[in-house]
Write a protein that binds this ligand. Structure first.
Ligand code: K2U
Ligand code: ZN
Length: 168
């Protein structure tokens, strides 16, 4: 397994639309294994293939306390969203050190394939629901900062650009 580099905002590759996985084969299972290792080492509770510059519809999530309940979603589709929504302070491995409140539907019903190509459906709420929606956004080329006002996005870009200059 390999820890892969995570793309950082505003890298334009984060805005690419990921393509559906045609066949769940050994290549996809190796990608899942690498993504899981990358997520656990970050550390994070979710990771989308887009973030490691692979533009296919694969996400991994582990919201368990013990960090031992990996969930794999291939070609995830949100079938239903609750009408009620909740605000959660989100972070992102592609926007290190930045957190912001994002409002999302509280519960979602999601259909996907597992790492063996078997279809499954789950009803998610709480942190799992937030994470699934956050990761599917990544597959659709969306980064959570886009939910912020234009002014806050401009200020964030300026702050990250300044931090880059300091690092150089
Ligand atoms: O996609 C990512 O960058 C992974 C995020 C997933 C996530 C974002 C917002 C809310 C829940 C999950 C990272 O895991 S960010 C780190 C983190 C860890 C615990 C709780 C929230 C964020
Ligand atoms: Zn993210």
């Amino acid at each position: 397994m390999t820890v892969r580099d995570i793309l950082h905002f505003p890298d334009r590759r984060l805005y690419q639309l990921a393509k559906p996985v045609a066949v769940v084969d050994a290549r996809i299972r190796q990608l899942v294994a690498d993504m899981a290792e990358t997520m656990y080492s970050a550390p994070g509770i979710g990771l989308a293939a887009t973030q490691v510059d692979v533009h296919e519809r694969v996400i991994v999530i582990d919201v368990s306390e013990e960090r031992n309940e990996l969930r794999v979603f291939i070609n995830p589709q949100i079938l239903e969203r609750s009408s009620d929504s909740k605000v959660f302070e989100e972070g992102c491995l592609s926007v290190p050190g930045f957190y912001a409140e994002v409002e999302r539907p509280d519960r979602v019903r999601v259909e996907a394939l597992d790492e063996h190509g078997q279809a499954f459906t789950i009803d998610a709420d709480g942190l799992l629901s937030v994470c699934i929606q956050h990761e599917i956004d990544h597959l659709n080329g969306r980064v959570f900062v886009e939910y912020l006002s234009r002014l806050k996005q401009t200020r964030l870009r300026a702050r990250l650009a300044k931090a880059e200059r300091v690092e150089d």
